[in-house]
Design a protein around this ligand. Structure first.
Ligand code: AMP
Length: 113
């Protein structure tokens, strides 16, 4: 998607603090962190969001969670972290390229609000 900000980050056309990348996923620091660790784990494939995902996207959606677990291990936050998909504007989705938030490094309240 030419104008998608996250596609532009993947292509290196927009700046980001890259954390990890492989052939399927790309990870970078959130520009407005809500916790000591707040990274975004995204598929290289442009998927608009969870409700637009198709059956063939099931594997990559699961894989994003495994990448999150690996980063949580590396950062020593396995005692409590949260992975979040905000789905739709009323849940706060503001970028329409699927992204899994990984938050940790502080106590996380429930319900999240
Ligand atoms: P959401 O509100 O769930 O759609 O999450 C979008 C997230 O992307 C927010 O936490 C933003 O702070 C973050 N974000 C938006 N633009 C950028 C960017 N250029 N680089 C890094 N993070 C971004």
């Amino acid at each position: 998607m030419p104008d998608c900000i996250f596609c532009r980050i993947i292509r290196g056309e927009a700046p980001a603090k890259k954390v990890y990348e492989d052939e399927r996923a790309f990870v970078f620091e959130d520009i407005n962190p809500q916790a000591p660790t707040h990274v975004l784990i995204i598929p290289r494939k442009h998927i608009v969001g969870m409700k637009e995902a198709q059956p063939e996207d099931a594997e990559i959606i699961g894989y994003l969670h495994l990448v999150a677990a690996q980063i949580a291990r590396e950062r020593g936050i396995e005692d409590g972290y949260r992975t979040v998909f905000n789905v739709g504007p009323r849940a706060g989705q503001s970028v329409f390229h699927l992204h899994l938030h990984l938050l940790g490094g502080r106590s996380l309240r429930w319900p999240p609000g």
